[in-house]
Design a protein around this ligand. Structure first.
Ligand code: SF4
Ligand code: MG
Length: 325
């Protein structure tokens, strides 16, 4: 399979300003040196609790933010510090993002048709206005809605329908990569499954590559090929889905998975629940050594001194933890 996205030691720090002069007094290390790659047509799931940096990672990779350090290669092209004009020419169409609340990005005073046609107008695609509106009708059908919905307004639709509309708008520009940030998290479980199934169908049909960001390990398991677990801006563990879910190595991954009810069809037994003590530390002042050491049930002396490095331990399975040194 062909690699489409490669991220190397990516960092995104936000300055903390203070006082009347707004001097920089520190940094929030939202993303602190993550590396991974995704092949075309595959899905990388990114899991972690809120505040772990997964959304910032997505926003930086799509270049809504400029990285503080590190590299983002999209189809071999370095887009890390590309200027907006070049991004619009070379990248924006091909990497799209869908968010948790599609309603927020739909104009309540505009019909669906006039909203979805906007990107087509902006990039001057698909012929004249009439042809573009036909294209919008087709897009609505592609996501399982009726083309006549073009003439209706966002408030007329349910949460699940709005997420389909959001996906239709994303597809309008024929993207290659879609970054979905908590895309189904606000929906009821049965609707979540429908939207995930739709995303999987579209992935096959259009050979889409997904980066699927979520705090929900069950949803991520369903849709991903590979999964990365993030904590305090870093990747703790990254592996093929089955390897990660069936043989988690990192104590943090084990704790997260112990809280997920195991469905009978996986034939596994429920793990004993591991409760983590304390809260996630302040990302402006992360612990020395392993960033997980303040909460890790297996922490050793070395963990409070030396930062473990993400290393490959099994085929397609890497972990950052001194237990495996
Ligand atoms: Fe726990 Fe140490 Fe491993 Fe960090 S390096 S996860 S503190 S055992
Ligand atoms: Mg988030």
């Amino acid at each position: 399979k062909q690699e489409i996205l490669r991220v190397t030691d990516l960092k995104k720090y936000f300055p903390i300003k203070s006082g009347v002069l707004q001097k920089t007094v520190g940094h929030i290390k939202a993303v602190d040196g993550i590396s991974f790659s995704i092949n075309k047509g595959e899905t990388l799931g990114i899991v972690g609790e809120s505040g772990c940096g997964k959304s910032t990672a997505g926003r930086t990779i799509i270049r809504l933010e400029e990285p503080t350090e590190g590299k983002i290669l999209f189809k071999g092209k370095d887009i890390s510090h590309m200027k907006e004009k070049e991004l619009r020419k070379q990248v924006r169409r091909e990497i799209q993002m869908i968010f948790q609340d599609p309603y927020a990005s739909l104009n309540p005073r505009k019909t669906l048709g006039s909203t979805i046609v906007e990107p087509l107008n902006e990039y001057n695609l698909y012929g004249n206005q009439k042809q573009r509106l036909e294209r919008v009708g087709e897009l609505l059908e592609t996501v399982g809605l009726d083309s006549s919905y073009s003439n209706r307004y966002p408030h007329e639709f349910s949460g699940g329908q709005r997420q389909r509309i959001g996906i239709a708008r994303t597809l309008a520009l024929d993207p290659e990569v879609i970054i979905a940030d908590e895309a189904v998290s606000a929906l009821d479980v049965s609707i979540q499954a429908q939207v995930i199934n739709l995303m999987q169908r579209l992935q096959e049909e259009f050979e889409l590559t997904y980066m699927f960001i979520s705090h929900d390990l069950s949803v991520v398991r369903h849709i991903s090929d590979k999964v990365a677990v993030m904590y305090l801006g870093k990747i703790m563990e990254i592996a093929d889905k089955n390897s990660l879910y069936e043989e988690p190595m990192h104590p943090y991954t084990q704790a997260l998975l112990s809280a997920v009810p195991v469905p009978k069809k996986h034939g596994a037994t429920q793990r004993e629940r591991i409760t983590l003590k304390g809260d996630i530390p302040n990302p402006a002042n992360p612990p020395k050594g392993c960033v997980f050491c303040t909460r890790c049930p297996a922490a050793m002396d070395i963990c409070r001194e030396v930062q473990p490095i993400l290393k490959t331990k099994k085929e397609n399975h890497s972990v950052a933890c001194h237990l495996f040194e």
